[in-house]
Design a protein around this ligand. Structure first.
Ligand code: ADP
Ligand code: MG
Length: 240
């Protein structure tokens, strides 16, 4: 579903992604961890071309992401992304936030888009919030709306960039529960998170990044119990 082949990326002279090789299969749940500034967000953002790569090849769902002929809108339609800060439109209701892209980008009728929106709001556990504005919701609820909004496009891949980092502790669980359910339904997911419980329960693989490189990867149980790289060990001792 996603393949990085010797991918490098520079910001000016700064080598932010260094020879990334990574294959993610359909239905796989991959958790990416690593110190701040190690390139996790940049790697994620390359997948839907919010960032371009400098060299190498990146193929997503059979499409060369950086090929001139690639239709970026079509690529992005297939990839949902959830950010640390929920990025909801503050002056639109929950329903409007979720139906905007399906009506604009997929040409769905208002009725169809609203039906889909209600379905996903039910799924993330806040069907009663359809007519609320983001400011009337808790952080956990806003993030669940953001997830519903991503799902309403019926993507094949969901990217999550530290989706619970901005939440109060008591709201982290409700968002992780939604993500766990999604993972168990077979969604292909790439998740930057330091939530070990989530990783252990649903991740097929952990990727440890440092200084723009993938230093180590493995099954969660193996990786957390016995990281091989010294830097991974040090990192885990600090965050857990
Ligand atoms: P992480 O998500 O692991 O914290 P990032 O991918 O956000 O790391 O950033 C990796 C490095 O690239 C950091 O040193 C950051 O300062 C730098 N960086 C990120 N975005 C840009 C940019 N647009 N221009 C220049 N440097 C950037
Ligand atoms: Mg980041």
């Amino acid at each position: 579903m996603i393949r990085f082949d010797s991918v490098n990326k520079y910001y000016g002279d700064f080598h932010v992604l260094q020879n990334i090789n990574l294959e993610i299969n359909k239905g796989e749940v991959v958790v990416v961890i690593g110190p701040s500034g190690s390139g996790k967000s940049t790697m994620l953002r390359c997948i839907n071309r919010l960032e371009t790569i400098s060299d190498g090849e990146l193929i997503v769902n059979g499409v060369k992401v950086n090929d001139k002929k690639t239709n970026i809108n079509e690529l992005r339609r297939n990839i949902g992304m959830v950010f640390q800060h929920f990025n909801l439109y503050p002056h639109k209701t929950v329903l409007q936030n979720i139906t905007l892209a399906p009506t604009m980008a997929l040409n769905q009728s208002k009725e169809e888009a609203e039906k889909t929106a209600r379905y996903y709001l039910e799924k993330v556990g806040i069907p009663d919030k359809v007519n609320s504005y983001p400011s009337q919701l808790s952080g956990g609820q806003q993030q669940r709306v953001a997830i519903a909004r991503g799902l309403a496009m019926k993507p094949e891949i969901m990217l999550f960039d530290e989706p619970t980092s901005a939440l109060d502790p008591e709201m982290i669980g409700e968002v992780l529960d939604v993500m766990k359910a999604l993972a168990k339904e077979g969604m292909t997911m790439v998740v930057v998170t330091h939530e070990m419980g989530f990783a252990k329960e649903v991740a097929d693989r952990i990727i440890f990044m440092d200084h723009g490189q993938i230093l180590e990867q493995g099954k969660p149980a193996d990786f957390y119990a016995n990281p091989k790289e010294e830097r991974a060990r040090l990192f885990l001792s600090r965050v857990l």
